[in-house]
Design a protein around this ligand. Structure first.
Ligand SMILES: *Cc1c(COP(=O)(O)O)cnc(C)c1O
Length: 390
């Protein structure tokens, strides 16, 4: 082949095969993937319409229903990270002009506000200082005032470490014909969730936090009520990639009355689905109750360890998440430099504060495979020495 154009070698790197440092990921996510999950992810890809692959997708759907405790027919994985599944819930449920009421008590509440606005929602908010949660009365008053088409709440606010109680919320939403949308990104697999019991209509999560997989395949579910709203839309879903009426045909959801009929929409990230399937299988093997208990037990061990080295937690005990703890940075301590030292000298990643909590807290995650006493021991040993030397 001859060409008069010469190849530009400016960016032509000669690299060694990839090697990455061995970090313990105790930040707000990602967490370390389980070794079994990593092994599954390095398996050879199948075609995305291969019957063997479709069977595996069915398994993912069932196990997602199990971990979420829902019977929603339309329960799938979205190709993309948690944010893609988050956007999918709003893209499919919001029609321009719909009133969407959002509980904002942290960074992810604000992200919901931004996204809902982009889909033309008439957004109303209720707010709380970061680290606190809404009580049922506050939610009830707001729903009665705004009569929203959708109420959106963050179950586990990763920016604050607070768990929003959901008991009773679904019931009051039904009284007002409101759909309940809940972010379960940092709760799925680590915090008790009873989606159907709680009357949740739309929810999304991710693979790289409580489920212990790599990021990129994100749980999504919608109730028959949410499905009805989707099917009655006057306007098309404004996002082609995330349109559940199209995706339902690939996932073969009963909800679309086309069981067995599976058609191309986009090429699934095959190996990520392997990883998600394996991560879910591991949760099922452990048993959901045991899995939740393990997260609770290990986080209590963490809180004790942190208190023993003189540190305080930001959130009131009753509302603390088992998956993510916000730790107050003591007066006179440089939080950023400690986190950097932990990473570079001890191979432990923790997170810093966002928004109202910037510079005030560290965020420590114990999620999925990382929710083990050894993770706590390593962190407390390293952090304890640094703080006493500070
Ligand atoms: C991590 C997170 C998200 C976003 O998920 P990505 O996988 O980072 O896209 C959304 N909501 C909450 C509460 C989260 O913690």
């Amino acid at each position: 082949m001859t060409s008069t154009i010469s190849i530009n070698d400016n960016q032509h790197l000669a690299l060694e095969p990839l090697e990455v440092p061995n970090r313990l990921l105790l930040g707000p996510g990602p967490s370390n993937a389980h070794p079994t999950v990593l092994k599954a992810m390095s398996t050879r890809p199948l075609g995305h319409l291969d019957p063997a692959f479709l069977t595996m997708m069915d398994e993912i759907q069932s196990l997602l229903r199990y971990v979420w405790q829902t019977e929603n027919p339309h329960t799938i994985a979205v190709s993309g990270t948690g944010t893609a599944a988050m956007e999918a819930t709003l893209a499919n449920s919001v029609e321009p002009g719909d009133v969407v009421l959002i509980g904002v008590a942290g960074y992810f509440g604000n992200r919901l506000v931004d996204m809902a606005g982009r889909y033309g929602a008439d957004v109303r908010t209720i707010t709380k200082p970061w680290g606190q949660v809404f009580n049922l009365e506050e939610i009830s008053t707001a729903v009665a005032t705004h009569k929203p088409a959708i109420l959106a709440l963050v179950h586990a606010e990763t920016s604050t470490g607070a768990r929003q109680p959901l008991e009773g919320v679904g019931e009051l939403c039904r009284q007002h014909g409101t759909l309940l949308l809940v972010d379960t990104v940092t709760s799925l697999g680590g915090v008790p969730i009873f989606l159907d019991e709680w009357g949740v209509d739309l929810s999304y999560s991710c693979s790289q936090k409580g489920l212990g997989c790599s990021p990129g395949a994100s749980p999504f579910t919608m109730s028959p009520r949410a499905m009805e709203k989707l099917q009655k839309r006057q306007s098309k879903v404004a996002n082609w990639y995330l349109d559940m009426t199209l995706l339902g045909k690939y996932w073969g959801s009963d909800a679309f009355g086309e069981r067995g009929y599976r058609t191309y929409h986009h090429t699934a990230p095959i190996n990520l689905y392997y990883g998600l399937r394996e991560a879910l299988r591991l949760v099922a093997e452990e048993g959901l109750a045991n899995c939740w208990q393990r997260h609770q037990k290990n986080v209590e061990y963490l809180w004790q360890g942190l208190e023993d080295i003189g540190l305080k937690m930001h959130v009131e005990k009753e509302y603390r998440l088992p998956t993510l703890t916000t730790v107050c940075i003591p007066e006179g301590v440089n939080g950023k430099s400690i986190a950097r030292q932990l990473l570079l000298e001890h191979n432990i990643e923790i997170g810093g504060g966002l928004g109202e909590l910037a510079g005030k807290v560290w965020r420590v995650g114990l999620m999925g495979f990382n929710s083990r006493p050894e993770s706590v021991d390593k962190l407390i040993a390293a952090l304890g020495t640094m703080i006493s030397n500070n």
